[in-house]
Write a protein that binds this ligand. Structure first.
Ligand code: TXA
Ligand code: MG
Length: 321
């Protein structure tokens, strides 16, 4: 059954009320922002956040952007330094996302931050969304409304093509998004702001405003996800990737039904080659192998499909010291 659709024109209580109600009940709605369609849920409700991940088929370790109505509300969940506050006052509402430290009393579940001590926040410039957030007592956690890895949606038709088969999705039809490219992401948790993703707000404008060049994150469009802090994932032992054979001095992180023989210890991420199972086991198995104190960890090849891409990314980061 195709998702139920609510028309956001004209902006009125009649259009806002059912969407607000739907979100208050912990459901997920695809709605237009000025950049791309977002897949939105109550950012204070862990179940809603989990639903977003599951609808999007997103690797659990990729954090979400929280959309707010006012800076004052964000200040309860995240910490602004003076530069962050200046940028916010200059460019919000608008297509700029700031990554800030989570505050000690942050109400956004850690799941939305993928376990990071930071929170990505922005105030969008999109009349329906602005009115909706202003009316509710929670921010909206929203990644782009596409299946993970697919092209972002800038029209309701795109959303239907990417997510139309999903159950329990409400689609807010606001026509085409005016900007059509995602927000620019700046990390403000370090002394100098770092550009994590180029986007709808040209970085030259930010540099001009700050009067200083931005540092660029080496990985370009890649998010500063947990794995970029290599020490976060790297076990103490060396990690050897794409192992097709194994020695008795190695612990083996295996994958799939045919496992290399002869390791000191073998832990199989998924005997059946199931990526969801492998992702769920990945970090706990790396911990177990580290605790085993076997001198080296060998990792069998894991296909670069679906969650396997995120798994390979994290393993790659774990292998570089
Ligand atoms: O324009 C946009 O930004 C759209 C609309 C819906 O707001 N959203 C969007 O979300 O593009 P998404 O999830 O597709 O991309 C957000 C990026 C991801 O690469 C994510 O890893 C990064 O932001 N991100 C989120 N929280 C982060 C954090 N705490 N630290 C670093 N990167 C973060
Ligand atoms: Mg996206």
């Amino acid at each position: 059954m195709p998702p139920k659709t609510v028309n956001s024109f004209p902006l009125s209580l009649e259009s806002l009320a059912p969407v607000g109600q739907w979100l208050r009940e912990g459901n997920v709605a695809a709605l237009p922002t000025e950049t791309v369609y977002g897949l939105a849920g109550n950012g204070y409700d862990e179940r809603a956040v989990a639903r977003i991940f599951s609808l999007k088929n997103r690797p659990q370790f990729n954090p979400l952007i929280l959309h707010y109505a006012h800076i004052k509300e964000i200040e309860q969940d995240a910490l602004f330094n003076p530069t962050a506050l200046h940028l916010a006052q200059a460019f919000w509402p608008g297509p700029l996302t700031l990554v800030l430290p989570r505050s000690p009393q942050c109400r956004v579940p850690l799941l939305a931050s993928a376990g990071l001590p930071t929170l990505a926040v922005r105030i969008p410039r999109a009349s329906f969304l602005e009115a909706l957030i202003a009316q509710e007592r929670f921010p909206l956690a929203a990644p782009s409304a596409n299946r993970s890895g697919h092209i972002s949606s800038t029209t309701p038709a795109h959303v239907l093509r990417s997510l139309g088969s999903q159950e329990n999705l409400l689609l807010v039809d606001g026509g085409a998004c005016p900007i059509g490219i995602e927000s620019t992401i700046l990390d403000l948790t370090t002394a100098t702001p770092v550009l994590l993703r180029t986007g709808a707000l040209p970085f030259e404008k930010i540099e001009e405003f700050l009067g200083q060049p931005l540092r660029m994150e080496q990985s370009g469009n890649q998010p500063k996800a947990p794995g970029q802090l290599t020490s976060h994932y790297a076990p103490r032992q060396p990690v050897r990737l794409n192992a097709t054979s194994v020695s008795p001095h190695e612990g083996l992180l295996a994958f799939g039904p045919s496992v290399c023989e002869g390791a000191a210890l073998t832990l199989n991420l998924s005997e059946t080659g199931d990526m969801i199972q492998a992702a769920a086991r990945l970090f706990s198995y790396l911990h177990l192998l580290e605790e085993s104190e076997i001198p080296q960890i060998a990792v069998m090849p894991i296909p670069l499909v679906g969650l396997g891409i995120a798994i390979n990314d994290r393993l790659f980061r774990a292998s570089i010291k």
